[in-house]
Design a protein around this ligand. Structure first.
Ligand SMILES: [Zn+2]
Length: 195
């Protein structure tokens, strides 16, 4: 006899074995573990890491200095904000668009790889890390809002011009792909016994 709960509505069933079945309450397919969730999540994290590169390398904004427009990447933009003494904006943009995505991607990669190859890291630590990453995930979209707000506010003073384009698109995609990777990942895998 085994106990299995629906991952959607949490109804608990007593079953003979772990064969999949349809939840009688919410019609969700109940499985012991989400199918291939580790493989899919790992693949998505790697894709997100690849998207991070164009987001950093291609110009995200246009900075006008002495009447001359220069296209600048996120990092160059942060430096320009510092030069114009907009420290708060510089810190917010740097944290939201450079630091948080990196922490998330590296954290997820460590968790997923530690499940693939046996690394000495306690299950509790992995679980805490995962929930931390899930929690900060919501905040990395802040950059898109910051950029959107800056685009309207900043254009008034003619120094910065935020432009969309390849970097902005890759950035948004990277954030979304990372969120899907974390969402698909079945945390119960962390607790599975490994040989
Ligand atoms: Zn259910």
């Amino acid at each position: 006899m085994v106990l299995i709960s629906c991952s959607n509505c949490r109804k608990v069933y007593e079953k003979e074995n772990y064969d999949e079945f349809i939840c009688t309450r919410c019609k969700h397919k109940v499985r012991r573990r989400t199918k291939n969730s580790l493989q899919i999540s790992l693949a998505l994290v790697i894709s997100a890491m690849l998207l991070y590169i164009p987001a950093m390398v291609y110009p995200m904004m246009e900075v006008t200095k002495f009447g001359v427009s220069v296209e600048s990447t996120i990092l160059e933009g942060v430096i320009s904000f510092l030069e114009y003494e907009n420290y708060f904006i510089a810190i917010v943009v740097f944290t939201a668009s450079v630091i948080i995505p990196l922490i998330k991607l590296i954290g997820l990669l460590i968790i997923f790889l530690s499940l693939k190859i046996n690394v000495q890291l306690s299950n509790k630590a992995k679980n805490v890390m995962f929930h931390f990453i899930e929690a900060i995930g919501k905040w990395s979209m802040i950059d898109i809002y910051v950029v959107a707000i800056l685009a309207s506010v900043v254009q008034l003073d003619e120094f910065f011009n935020i432009k969309g384009g390849l970097a902005a698109t890759s950035f948004a995609l990277m954030v979304i792909v990372t969120m899907i990777a974390a969402h698909i990942f079945d945390t119960r895998i962390i607790w599975d016994e490994r040989k």
